[in-house]
Design a protein around this ligand. Structure first.
Ligand code: NDP
Ligand code: OXD
Length: 308
């Protein structure tokens, strides 16, 4: 029987994605989903509508075209649906360069140098001790580990926080809520790379951000709902936090009137820290579909009960 694959991403250029899937899976029948389409064996989808899930009743697995599955898990899914998320697929290196850029920009005081240059001021600022500038990464999964290794390349001390204990070369590991206060107190910059789950929603709040050392810097590249916007603004305005680089927001696009756009200590980018790359993603998904179909073990299985 010919393998049936259905693609569904209402925000994508479906023609290009379907064409790439067809190239990588020449033996399969690949179609873009339309309402009422026949049920397929495998789905390749990003943020599909509930009707897609309700109609695709015989899926052997759904391949999520992204690392985060929060939007997918917010749907009503059949309890035993196998979900596989993207595993790096070219996002790790992008995330590493984005986070290193944000951290180094703050650590090396480029903002201040730009202000000086605008005034024609030639003045060296006193260097900061790198060994005293530990960067804390919330979420030491696929992307967190890639970012950690890039930061280590620049010889920053790195702290990592995860749900379970993880031993990562060159990283001081912390796990669970019990160890979150120590992790925060020892991190001069904090980078959020957690999945959005009931346990991690609002994790960057006044309570946690106030536990960072005075003058700390915040980078959120995970999901907007991790951050309590008003709490960040209050701690920036009180002077406890030095600044923030934000790539993700509760409402995207970030509404025109949102205070983040104009705050002098906040830098905003449009959910671009690690973009999903068509060819890398489809190559990975196609390989995994074939492996799954022959019964082989594959990486990136989502545990829906855990939320990631
Ligand atoms: P992984 O699933 O590989 O890693 C998740 C990490 O978070 C793991 O280390 C996990 O701990 C940890 N974690 C989960 N829940 C908790 C918790 N309650 N307490 C402490 N630690 C927890 O995900 P990825 O690294 O692939 O991706 C991370 C997120 O990045 C995605 O979910 C997505 O939201 C975001 N993202 C953003 C992009 C952007 O462009 N802005 C692009 C791609 C992803 P443990 O190791 O113990 O399991
Ligand atoms: C993802 C994203 O989760 O693009 O992959 O945010």
């Amino acid at each position: 029987m010919t393998m049936q694959v259905v693609f569904c991403d209402p925000s994508a250029d479906a023609e290009s994605w379907v064409a790439s899937l067809r190239r990588h899976l020449p033996g399969a029948q690949v179609d873009n989903w339309i309402d009422g389409a026949a049920a397929a064996d495998y789905a390749v989808a990003w943020a599909p509508p509930q009707a897609f899930i309700d109609q695709q009743t015989r899926l052997k697995a759904l391949f999520n075209v992204g690392a985060g599955v929060d939007k997918l898990l917010a749907l009503k899914l059949p309890p035993h649906l196998t979900i596989i998320r993207l595993d790096d697929a070219g996002m790790g290196v992008q995330m590493a360069e984005y986070v290193c850029h944000a951290v180094i920009r703050h650590f090396r005081e480029f903002v201040q140098y730009e202000a000086q240059a605008a005034q024609g001021v030639w003045e060296r600022r006193k260097p900061h001790a790198r060994s005293a500038f530990a960067v804390g990464i919330l979420g030491m999964g696929v992307l967190g580990q890639r970012v950690a290794s890039a930061l280590r390349h620049f010889e920053f001390p790195v702290n990592g926080w995860s749900r379970s204990h993880r031993s990562v070369d060159g990283v001081t590991g912390y796990a669970g809520l019990d160890q979150l206060p120590q992790f925060l107190a020892r991190s001069k910059a904090v980078v959020c790379l957690l999945p959005l789950t009931p346990d991690t929603r609002n994790i960057l709040s006044r309570k946690t951000l106030a536990q960072l050392p005075a003058g700390a810097y915040v980078v959120n590249v995970a999901r907007g709902d991790h951050l309590v916007d008003e709490d960040l603004l209050a701690l920036l305005d009180s002077g406890h936090l030095a600044g923030a680089t934000l790539d993700v927001f509760r409402t995207e696009p970030l509404p025109g009137g949102h205070a983040f756009w104009r705050h002098p200590k906040i830098r905003v980018t449009p959910h671009t820290s690690a973009q999903t790359l068509l060819e890398d993603s489809i190559a990975q998904i196609a390989d995994k579909i074939l492996a799954f179909d022959r019964g082989a073990e594959i990486a990136g299985r989502v545990d829906a009960a855990r939320g990631y």
